[in-house]
Design a protein around this ligand. Structure first.
Ligand code: PLP
Length: 377
């Protein structure tokens, strides 16, 4: 009764962890900011719904929002217009539309390991073959260009990149972005660049792939930037001819993005500078706290995250990530086992800082007790 393609994908390991959590657990597993959208966005959402904006809109999104999004990329690309932008119902939908528009059955797609949970399933769902490339601690979780080149075959169609990265927190320096672009140009690959955490960085600003090669599709979202994950709104930026194709697929998935949400995020974008800066300030403080505690836990090693809101420590205990996450869960702390993000996450936990400072302190204290027990102290 069920298609072969449906049988090939599973619900993500992250969701499974939440479902097994005891009541009142401390949640260090959240993949969404524990903030609310800017108040101007919320007010506009209410106004839109009450004012009758409850109907279909243009498939590629309302022109004012597409223009506002294009404006955000103009410093990198003076020629960008709203015709390069398709407003989607989240980055998740945008990434799926990109997979449908770009990959044919049998194509190979380079995907990060560890990497966000949708890239491989999306490739599989369209009949393509995900080919993992490694992100290792030894390279500070940056792609190894030599390895990437080795993995390219005549069937390789695209490379998926994610900076700032979930789960590693790596932010690619401009030199790495340019080298990936040069590689893609040389081998005629499309770069699918997931930039949903672009505004959440702790050092230099993140370098967008947009404007650095003509072969780039950017997937982005308002979920993290405006703390509006439940609004399901995002966008794709692509060369104009490809944007037409992406919009066609997006139309067949969802007809159009939700109308009230679009006017709400537009209001949010116009007013949100301070709200984003404040959220990042708090994430920065929590990052400092998390790093301090994790560095004191025996058996853990950590590369400090430069972006997003996750720490991705590696443990040297003779246990699987699921065993560790399950043991910690039994003590009332939700974390995400690193292998939910690929085989190279096998000795890692992902700790989200989308939790209050007291909860981070208590939750990581429980992780420390567990580590000390293993170390036999
Ligand atoms: C790297 C990455 N890309 C995309 C998404 C999905 O974003 P959206 O809420 O827009 O679907 C997430 C959500 O956790 C993410 O971490």
């Amino acid at each position: 009764m069920v298609s072969e393609r449906a049988r090939q994908v599973e619900l993500s390991g992250i969701r499974k962890m939440f479902e097994a959590a005891p009541p009142n657990s401390i949640n260090l597993g959240l993949g969404e900011p524990d903030f609310e959208p800017p108040k101007e966005a919320i007010e506009e959402m209410v106004r839109a719904v009450r004012g009758g904006l409850n109907h279909y809109g243009p498939s590629a999104g309302i022109p004012a929002l597409r223009e506002k999004i294009a404006d955000g990329y103009r410093d990198r690309d003076p020629s960008i217009t709203r015709d390069n932008v398709v407003v989607t119902g989240s980055a998740s939908e945008g990434l799926m539309a990109a997979a449908l528009a770009l990959y044919d059955p049998g194509d190979e797609v380079l995907v990060p390991d560890p990497g966000f949970v949708l890239y491989s399933p999306h490739a599989r769902l369209v009949g393509a073959v995900p080919v993992p490339y490694s992100l290792t601690e030894a390279h500070r979780y940056l792609p190894d260009l030599g390895e990437l080149e080795q993995k390219i075959t005549p069937k390789t169609r695209a490379i998926v990149v994610n900076s700032p990265s979930n789960p590693t927190g790596a932010v690619f320096p401009r030199s790495v972005v340019d080298r990936i672009c040069a590689l893609a140009d040389r081998h005629e690959l499309t770069i699918v660049s997931d930039e949903v955490y672009e505004r959440i960085v702790y050092g230099a600003p993140a370098t967008s792939f947009w404007g650095r090669s003509d072969r780039v599709v950017v997937a982005n979202s308002f979920s993290k930037t405006l703390a509006a994950t439940g609004w399901r709104i995002g966008f794709l930026v692509a060369p104009r001819s490809l944007a037409v194709e992406l919009n066609k697929i997006h139309y067949h998935i969802m007809a159009c993005p939700p109308t009230p949400t679009q006017v709400a995020v537009l209001a949010g974008l116009e007013s949100s500078g301070d709200a984003i800066a404040e959220m990042v300030r708090e994430f920065r403080a929590r990052r400092g706290l998390v790093l301090r505690i994790l560095r004191g836990i025996p058996g853990l090693d950590i590369v400090p995250p430069q972006g997003a809101f996750y720490a991705f420590p590696r443990f040297s205990w003779p246990k699987s990530a699921t065993e560790v996450a399950t043991a910690v869960l039994a003590r009332g702390v939700i974390t995400t086992p690193g292998d939910a993000f690929g085989s190279l996450g096998a000795s890692h936990l992902r700790i989200s800082f989308a939790a209050s400072r007291p909860n981070l302190t208590r939750g990581l204290g429980i992780l420390r007790e567990y580590a000390e027990e293993i170390a036999g102290r």
